[in-house]
Design a protein around this ligand. Structure first.
Ligand SMILES: Cc1cc2nc3c(=O)[nH]c(=O)nc-3n(C[C@H](O)[C@H](O)[C@H](O)COP(=O)(O)O)c2cc1C
Length: 195
């Protein structure tokens, strides 16, 4: 028996609504593949640089995504140089890919970073407690740090304000790809595009 066609099929507005629903769900749902997107930044030579991160926040009204990182990392340096980023999400079970383009801001010692740190679990804080800067050459793989709270000076919250979202839903009856672009005033243009 064929699976029922989802309500968002053939409907641009409903596809965007579904994209936003999935992103909102991906923040708390640690089992969702959308919880760990790939983020692309630009390195100092202008080349792309990709890595997995944990999606920590999504604000549909403000069109913002958030992840956390070590401010000593290459990606933090890349974002400080050039905030243009893209986030890639793929859920094989849902047959959905999303590509989200925006501008990233590093929050280091402000209220955004403080709130993100305060809401972080001990195991997450531990990532920032390492004495060696992320990316530093070390003699051997370092042991896990013992004190999770000393990492705050290394912690950064990265907030991405996005202006483009591309939705791809793979369906046997025909793949559906849509592009959503917001201008500086927040006006949305939505189009189907050839998959
Ligand atoms: C499942 C998973 C989740 C990760 N989450 C984060 C994260 O939230 N933030 C982060 O900075 N690095 C995270 N990493 C590590 C990065 O992928 C990357 O290896 C590291 O941050 C160094 O990246 P950079 O040298 O490009 O800065 C994660 C890796 C994996 C495999």
């Amino acid at each position: 028996m064929k699976p029922p066609r989802p309500a968002f099929a053939d409907d641009l507005a409903a596809s965007l609504q579904e994209a936003f629903r999935l992103l909102a769900n991906a923040v708390p749902d640690r089992r969702s593949p959308l919880h760990t997107p790939t983020v692309a930044t630009l390195d100092e030579s202008g080349a792309p640089s990709l890595r997995t991160v944990v999606l920590r926040g999504f604000d549909a009204d403000a069109r913002r995504l958030r992840f956390h990182t070590d401010r000593r990392s290459d990606k933090a340096r890349g974002i400080a140089r050039d905030g243009r980023v893209m986030m890639h999400f793929y859920d094989a079970a849902l047959h959905v890919q999303m590509r989200v383009a925006g501008h990233a801001m590093l929050h280091l010692d402000d209220a955004v970073a403080d709130a993100a740190w305060a809401a972080s679990q001990r195991s997450s804080r531990m990532c920032y407690a390492a004495p060696d800067a992320s990316g530093a050459i070390v003699a051997s793989p370092p042991a896990a740090p013992k004190d999770s709270d000393i990492g705050r000076p290394h912690f950064a919250a990265v907030v991405i304000g996005f202006h483009r979202l591309e939705w791809l839903w793979l369906a046997a009856a025909g793949h559906q790809r849509a592009r959503f672009i917001w201008d500086d005033a927040g006006n949305l243009t939505a189009d189907w595009i050839a998959p």
